[in-house]
Design a binder for this molecule. Structure first.
Ligand SMILES: [Zn+2]
Length: 110
C-alpha cells in the first residue's frame, strides 16, 4: 500500500510551435487532448510540423529536443487519460514525438 503519493510534475511547455508559416496560415500545432494537427488533422507532429520545427530550431537543436520531450510528456498524460486501457505504447509515443528529432543515433547492430 502506498501511503504517500508522489507530487505531480508541473506542466510541460505550451504546444505553440511551430509558428504558422505563412503568418496568416493555420499553424501545424497539436489539438489537445487528441494530439492531431489543427491544420491538417494528421497525428502531431505531422510532416509539415516536423519540417517547420527543424527550420525554426535550426540553430537550437537542444531546444528542439527539450521541447519535443516536454510535449511527449504532455501527450502521454492526455492520451492515457483519454484511453487508459488501450493507449499508445511508450515506444510508439517516443518514436512519434522525439525519435525523429535531432541527436538520433543509428540502431545498434544486432
Ligand atoms: Zn499538420
Amino acid at each position: 500500500m502506498i501511503r504517500h503519493q508522489l507530487p505531480q510534475p508541473p506542466d510541460g511547455p505550451p504546444p505553440d510551435r511551430p509558428r504558422p508559416h505563412p503568418s496568416h496560415a493555420t499553424p501545424h500545432t497539436p489539438l489537445r487532448p487528441m494530439w492531431c494537427c489543427r491544420a491538417c488533422g494528421q497525428p502531431w507532429p505531422c510532416a509539415h510540423a516536423r519540417l517547420l520545427l527543424k527550420v525554426e530550431y535550426d540553430d537550437n537543436p537542444v531546444g528542439l529536443s527539450i521541447y519535443l520531450c516536454g510535449l511527449l510528456y504532455e501527450a502521454a498524460r492526455d492520451l492515457y487519460r483519454l484511453n487508459p486501457d488501450d493507449g499508445p505504447s511508450p515506444r510508439d509515443l517516443f518514436t512519434r514525438f522525439v525519435a525523429w528529432g535531432p541527436f538520433r543515433r543509428p540502431h545498434a547492430p544486432g
